[in-house]
Design a binder for this molecule. Structure first.
Ligand SMILES: Cc1cc2nc3c(=O)[nH]c(=O)nc-3n(C[C@H](O)[C@H](O)[C@H](O)COP(=O)(O)OP(=O)(O)OC[C@H]3O[C@@H](n4cnc5c(N)ncnc54)[C@H](O)[C@@H]3O)c2cc1C
Length: 639
C-alpha cells in the first residue's frame, strides 16, 4: 500500500471467518470470541453504553459522535441506536463511525441477530443497508432515526489518521491486545488523542497494561470498574485538559442555494435533514432546466492505470451514487440494476488494472465477447470492463422526484436570477435581476456555468462546454439490455428507443454537426457493426456542463481572490489550502462537468458535513482534491 493512497484498493477486504460454538461466534483470524457466552447484550450495555453515559449525552446534545474500533457484529451500534431512538430529542443527530478489517458476512450476522429478538427491527435495517465489502469509507444513513453511520472497511492504522471528525465517545472493542496487537499501538492512541476533546469519554473491556498506558498518553484519565460476564474488570476514561476544547455545535443558519439543478437539490436535501432552513433560487421556471434535465446519464467511476487519488475519489462517489439513486428510484423501477459495459480504449489494459488492484474485482469484471455485443451480433476480441451494479439513470425524472420530495420542506423561488452578492456584516445580500433582494446567513453557489457571473467567483476557471444527446429508434438488434460506453455512450431508453451521447463541444456545433459526431462515436463504440443501418434520430437534447481544468468539481468554501492576491496580508507565501483566506459563509458547489450524476450525491454529503462541522465522509486527502481554493493556490505557488 502506498502511503499516498487514501483508499487501499490493492488489498481486497477479507470477510470474517467464523466458527460457531453454539451461540458464540469465534474468529478464526484472531482465535478469539466476539462476545461473552453469558449475556452479550448485558455485557455490551454495561461496558460501552452505560460507561459512556450515553443516555445523558443523547438528552443534552444536538449532535453526538461515537467512534468504535472493531465493529464486529454491530452489537454496540444496535444498542446505541436503540437508546438513541428512545431518548434523543427531535432534530438531533447521531454520527457513528466504525472501523472493521474483516466485515462479518450477512449469513453470520443473521444467525447472531436471531438470538437477539429485542434488536431484530434495527438488525434488519442494518442488514438491508450494509455496504458492499470493498475498502474505504461507506456512509450508511438511517434517515428516519437521524443516524449517520460511517463504516470504514480496512486497516484502521491506515484510515484513522485520515479521519476528519471530533469524537465524543470511543468504544475500544477490538480483539484483545494479545490477539490484535496492531489496534492497541501508540500510533492508534495518538490518533484517539488527536480526534478527542476535553469532554470525550472512552471505554473498553481490556485492562491490559498497554491499554492503560496508551489511554493515559492519549490525554485521558482512566478508572477500573467491576465487569459483568467473562471479565473481572473493565475500563472507563474521561478526557482531560490535555485534549483540545470541544467544538461548538453549529448554528443552523438561514441558507440560500443558488441553482436548483441536481447539485442544488441534493445539497438542499442534506442540509434540511440537518435542520437548516433552505431557500433555493433558480433563473429557470422549473427544476431540471439545466444540465440536470438530461434524458439519460452514465454513472460510473473513472479508473486511471495507477488508480490515483482522483480515481479513488471517483470510486468513493460511485459507491455512494449507487445507493443514493437506487433509493430514489421508486418500486421496481430500478435504474441502476443493469450492467454497464466500458469498452477498452487504446492503451487501456483492464486485466492489468484488476491484477494490480484486486479489490476492484467486486465492482468490475473483465468481459470478452460482452453479453451485449453478442446480443447485437457484434464481434469483439478485446477485454472490456463490466460494472455489474450499473449503471445509468434518467436524471430528468430523478430531478423531478427530488423536487417533489423537497417542495414542502424547502422554499423554492423560480424565475430568480442572482446578479450580485454583497457582504453585509456577517450576512449575504442576494440581489436578483428581478429587482429584489434577500438576506441570508450563508449562501451556496450551485449554479453550474453561472458561477462565472459573480464578482466573488469570476476568477475561478470554469468553462461552459455544450453537448448533445440523440434519441434513436432502431439498432441492428433490438434487445439491448445493457448500457455501453466509451467513447460516449449508448443507453436503453423507453420501449424501442436508445440514447446516443454525448458530444463534448469546446466550440459549439450545430445539431446536425453534433449528430454526425455522435454517429462517428457510435462506429467507434461498435467497430464491427453493420454501419449501413441508418439510425433515425427521434429527438435530441442539448445543454452545457460546467467544466474545470482538472475535471474535478468545486466543493467547499469560496476562496477570496481579492484578499489572497491584493491585500498585503494576502501576499505572503501560501503553501497549503488552509492558508488561503475564504469568504465567510460562502460556499461553492459547482463544476461537476460530465460526471455530476456520479459525484454529486457524495459531494453533497461532504459539503453538508463541512458546513455543519460534523464527521466528514471523506478522508482528508480526497476532500483536498475538490477544494475550490486549489486553482488559486497553484497560481500563487507558480509565482
Ligand atoms: C450533453 C450532456 C451529457 C451529460 N452526460 C452525463 C453523464 O452521462 N453522466 C454524468 O454524470 N453527467 C453527465 N452530464 C453532466 C451533468 O448533467 C451535470 O454534471 C449535472 O447536471 C450538474 O448539475 P448542476 O445542478 O450542477 O447543474 P445544472 O443542472 O445545470 O443546474 C444549474 C442551475 O443553476 C441555474 N442558474 C444558473 N445561473 C443562475 C443564477 N445566476 N441565478 C439563479 N440560478 C442560476 C440554472 O438555471 C440551472 O437550473 C452531461 C451533461 C451534458 C450537457
Amino acid at each position: 500500500m502506498s502511503n499516498q493512497d487514501a483508499i487501499d484498493w490493492r488489498t481486497p477486504i477479507q470477510p470474517a471467518e467464523i466458527t460457531w460454538y453454539g451461540d458464540i461466534p469465534i474468529s478464526r483470524q484472531f482465535d478469539e470470541g466476539y462476545f461473552s457466552d453469558t449475556d452479550p447484550i448485558l455485557e455490551a450495555s454495561v461496558t460501552y453504553i452505560q460507561a459512556n453515559r450515553l443516555g445523558e449525552r443523547f438528552r443534552s446534545n444536538q449532535q453526538v459522535t461515537i467512534a468504535e474500533l472493531g465493529f464486529g457484529f454491530g452489537l454496540n451500534f444496535l444498542l446505541t441506536a436503540q437508546l438513541w431512538q428512545r431518548t434523543a430529542p427531535e432534530r438531533s443527530w447521531l454520527d457513528y463511525i466504525a472501523f472493521e478489517l474483516h466485515p462479518v458476512t450477512i449469513i453470520d450476522l443473521q444467525k447472531a441477530y436471531s438470538h437477539w429478538p429485542q434488536l431484530s427491527v434495527l438488525g434488519e435495517e442494518l442488514l438491508a443497508s450494509l455496504p458492499l465489502p470493498v475498502p474505504g469509507y461507506h456512509l450508511v444513513s438511517f434517515e428516519a432515526l437521524r443516524i449517520r453511520c460511517l463504516l470504514v472497511y480496512g486497516d484502521a492504522r491506515h484510515y484513522l489518521p485520515q479521519l476528519q471528525a471530533q469524537i465524543d465517545c470511543w468504544f475500544l472493542d477490538a480483539f484483545s491486545p494479545k490477539r490484535n496487537f496492531e489496534l492497541w499501538q501508540p500510533e492508534i492512541f495518538s490518533q484517539i488523542s488527536r480526534l478527542s476533546h476535553r469532554h470525550s469519554t472512552l471505554s473498553t473491556y481490556s485492562v491490559a497494561r498497554t491499554v492503560k498506558d496508551g489511554i493515559t498518553a492519549a490525554g485521558f484519565h482512566y478508572r477500573l470498574l467491576s465487569a459483568t460476564g467473562r471479565k473481572r474488570q473493565r475500563l472507563v476514561a474521561d478526557g482531560t485538559e490535555a485534549l483540545a476544547p470541544k467544538r461548538k455545535d453549529s448554528v443552523k443558519q438561514s441558507t440560500a442555494i443558488i441553482g436548483s439543478g441536481v447539485a442544488g437539490l441534493c445539497l438542499a436535501r442534506e442540509l434540511q435533514f440537518r435542520g437548516y432552513e433552505v431557500t433555493l433560487f433558480d433563473t429557470a421556471k422549473t427544476v431540471g432546466s439545466g444540465a440536470s434535465g438530461a434524458p439519460v446519464a452514465v454513472v460510473r467511476p473513472w479508473l486511471s492505470k495507477d488508480l490515483n487519488l482522483d480515481a479513488q475519489w471517483s470510486l468513493l462517489c460511485y459507491l455512494t451514487a449507487l445507493k443514493y439513486w437506487s433509493r430514489s428510484s421508486r418500486g421496481s423501477d430500478r435504474l441502476l440494476g443493469q450492467p454497464l459495459i466500458l469498452r477498452k480504449k487504446e492503451g487501456q489494459d483492464f486485466r492489468e488494472l484488476l491484477h494490480n488492484f484486486p479489490a476492484l474485482r467486486y465492482l468490475a469484471s473483465l468481459v470478452r465477447e460482452a453479453i451485449t455485443t453478442q446480443q447485437m451480433n457484434l464481434k469483439t476480441d478485446q477485454e472490456d470492463l463490466c460494472f455489474p451494479f450499473g449503471g445509468w439513470i434518467h436524471p430528468r425524472r430523478l430531478a423531478h422526484e427530488l423536487f417533489t420530495e423537497l417542495e414542502e420542506k424547502c422554499t423554492f423561488h423560480f424565475d430568480h436570477q442572482l446578479t450580485q452578492l454583497i457582504a453585509v456584516d456577517s450576512h449575504w445580500a442576494c440581489q436578483f435581476k428581478q429587482k429584489n433582494e434577500r438576506i441570508f446567513d450563508q449562501v451556496i453557489i450551485a449554479n453550474a456555468t453561472g458561477i462565472s457571473q459573480l464578482k466573488q467567483t469570476v476568477q475561478i476557471p470554469v468553462q461552459s462546454i455544450a453537448g448533445q444527446i440523440n434519441q434513436i429508434s432502431a439498432l441492428p438488434k433490438e434487445n439491448l439490455q445493457n448500457g455501453i460506453c466509451q467513447p460516449g455512450f449508448l443507453l436503453p431508453g423507453n420501449t424501442n428507443s436508445w440514447h446516443l451521447g454525448a458530444t463534448f463541444e469546446p466550440d459549439t456545433l450545430s445539431v446536425s454537426q453534433a449528430t454526425e459526431q455522435l454517429n462517428t462515436q457510435f462506429r467507434k463504440l461498435f467497430p464491427d457493426c453493420d454501419h449501413s443501418v441508418i439510425f433515425e434520430m427521434q429527438s435530441y437534447w442539448r445543454n452545457a456542463r460546467a467544466c474545470t481544468l482538472d475535471h474535478l468539481p468545486l466543493v467547499g468554501a469560496a476562496p477570496n481572490y481579492y484578499e489572497n492576491t491584493n491585500i498585503s496580508s494576502g501576499r505572503g507565501t501560501k503553501s497549503t489550502l488552509a492558508d488561503l483566506t475564504v469568504h465567510p459563509n460562502l460556499y461553492l458547489f459547482s463544476g461537476f462537468g460530465s460526471r455530476g450524476f456520479t459525484t454529486i450525491p457524495a459531494s453533497a454529503n461532504f459539503l453538508a458535513s463541512l458546513i455543519d462541522h460534523t464527521v466528514s465522509p471523506w478522508p482528508k486527502r480526497l476532500s483536498e482534491r475538490v477544494n475550490p481554493g486549489r486553482f488559486l493556490l497553484r497560481q500563487q505557488q507558480k509565482r
